[in-house]
Ligand binder design. Structure first.
Ligand SMILES: [Zn+2]
Length: 245
């Protein structure tokens, strides 16, 4: 099993859970919300070989974390994975979208490009066109994975054209619109995620060990065997990892 976008460090019982996840999943990408959190979490998870910690600066908190901008740019050369980064156009963040968010996202993409490209987990809620435009401006950033994509059909086509990957979770795959978007995604560009503990289904946060459920849902949406979906996840992950410098 695997999870390409989890906030593993933010679960209430994070350390105990991380050991369990490290045993169960062959690969887990723990995204962080600030460069300081990346440093701290990397230290704590350093002995867990199957967990990678991604360097992030979450678009929802750029106003509060603007002081960490320089640190973020400095750390990029030593980070193997980047995330969570991106843009959020929801009403409560729209003030920072045009200024701070775009400035930081643009600076991060420039620096990633200078560093030779990275695998990046990207947030694009209500700002897909802006994210895609910025990816077009920075073509050498490596592998962009759009996490929990919720844009329009034409934005999805544009993202596919640019070469984006997509990470999807059980909430997305059980919503009518999410399932429709997934049905249009190239099978070799899709990976499982949870986005837990933020993503909640029923009363429980989605588990970083839920990729079997994602595979099951995708097998129904795509009308292929679940085993085929799981093998697809593995080969897509290998492809992404082989691209790492
Ligand atoms: Zn997230």
């Amino acid at each position: 099993m695997m999870d390409l976008h989890t906030h593993l460090d933010l679960y209430p019982n994070a350390i105990k859970l991380a050991y369990e996840v490290n045993e169960t999943n062959s690969f887990t990408l723990c995204v962080t919300t600030s460069p300081r959190a990346w440093r701290a979490t990397s230290d704590v998870f350093s002995r867990l070989a199957n967990i990678e910690v991604a360097l992030g600066l979450h678009p929802e908190i750029v106003s509060q974390k603007y002081g960490e901008r320089t640190l973020m740019l400095q750390y990029i050369s030593s980070a193997r994975f980047i995330g969570e980064i991106g843009l959020d156009g929801s009403p409560q963040y729209s003030n920072s979208l045009r200024t701070l968010q775009k400035q930081i996202f643009g600076d991060v993409l420039s620096e990633v490009s200078r560093a030779g490209g990275r695998v990046m987990s990207i947030h694009s809620r209500r700002a897909v066109s802006e994210v895609l435009l910025m990816l077009r401006v920075h073509p050498n950033v490596g592998i962009p994975i759009l996490h929990w994509f919720s844009g329009s059909i034409s934005e999805l086509r544009e993202a596919i054209n640019i070469g984006c990957y997509f990470s999807v979770n059980t909430l997305m795959a059980t919503s009518e619109r999410g399932a429709y978007l997934i049905s249009l995604m190239p099978h070799d560009k899709v990976l499982p995620e949870s986005d837990g503990p933020f993503a909640i289904q029923g009363n429980l946060p989605l588990s970083p060990m839920s990729s079997n459920q994602v595979a099951h849902l995708l097998s129904t949406i795509w009308k292929v065997d679940k085993e085929e979906v799981q093998l697809g996840f593995e080969s897509t992950l290998r492809h992404i990892q082989s691209d790492l410098k």
